[in-house]
Design a protein around this ligand. Structure first.
Ligand code: GRF
Length: 178
C-alpha cells in the first residue's frame, strides 16, 4: 500500500497532531508519520508521538524567539530528509521557517491556523500564517459565543480539515511503492 511519508512539527498541545495520527491508525489516512519534531523540550506533542509509537525528537532552536537559528534549521532539514519525509505538516509550530526549509521542501510544507470565521490550511512561506491557500473551512459564530467557545469550535474544524487536506496530498502525490 502506498503511504505518503510525513513529518509533523509542533511546539505545544498537539491536538492537530493527535487527530492526524488517529486517522492514520484507523486506516482513514494513507500517510505514514515518520517523525514528530518539536522546538520545545517538554511539549505535549512529543508525548503524543510516543503514545502512537512515532519517532520523535527535540530540536534545540537556538537563541532566537520566533525563528530557528540557521544551524538548527539546517539540522531540521537533515532530520526530515533522513526520515524520508515528503510532506512537512506544521501543527502549532511557533517558529517562522526560512530558506533552508523552504528550499528543501518547496510546496511541501503546510500549516493550519485559525482565520476570522474558521480555519485555513496554506503552503508555508517566509511570512507568518501567509502563503497560497490550500483549503479553508468556515465556522458559524453563535450569538452567545465568547472568544473561547468560538476558538474551541474552530479547533474542532481544524482537526477535521487538516487530515482531510493531508489525505488529498496522499492521493495527488503518492509515495513510490515500497
Ligand atoms: C492550532 O489552533 C493551529 O491553528 C495554530 O496553533 C494551534 C495548535 O494547536 N497554528 P495544537 O497544538 O494542534 O493543539
Amino acid at each position: 500500500m502506498k503511504r505518503l511519508p510525513i513529518g509533523i512539527l509542533g511546539s505545544g498541545k498537539g491536538s492537530n497532531c493527535r487527530a492526524i495520527l488517529e486517522r492514520i491508525r484507523s486506516g482513514d489516512l494513507a500517510a505514514e508519520a515518520r517523525v514528530v519534531i518539536s522546538d520545545v523540550l517538554d511539549a505535549p506533542i512529543l508525548e503524543i508521538a510516543r503514545e502512537f509509537f512515532v519517532a520523535n525528537a527535540y530540536l534545540p532552536p537556538g537563541q532566537f524567539r520566533t525563528r530557528l537559528e540557521p544551524e538548527a534549521e539546517e539540522e531540521l532539514v537533515k532530520m526530515l530528509r533522513e526520515a524520508g519525509v515528503d510532506l512537512v505538516v506544521l501543527a502549532g509550530f511557533m517558529r517562522v521557517l526560512h530558506a533552508p526549509m523552504l528550499k528543501a521542501f518547496p510546496r511541501r510544507i503546510i500549516n493550519i491556523h485559525p482565520s476570522l470565521t474558521g480555519c485555513t490550511v496554506h503552503y508555508v512561506d517566509e511570512k507568518i500564517d501567509h502563503g497560497q491557500i490550500v483549503a479553508q473551512r468556515e465556522v458559524a459564530v453563535l450569538p452567545n459565543d465568547t472568544p473561547e467557545t468560538l476558538h474551541a469550535r474552530i479547533q474542532i474544524a481544524e482537526r477535521e480539515l487538516y487530515p482531510a487536506v493531508i489525505a488529498e496530498f496522499c492521493e495527488k502525490c503518492p509515495a513510490p511503492d515500497l
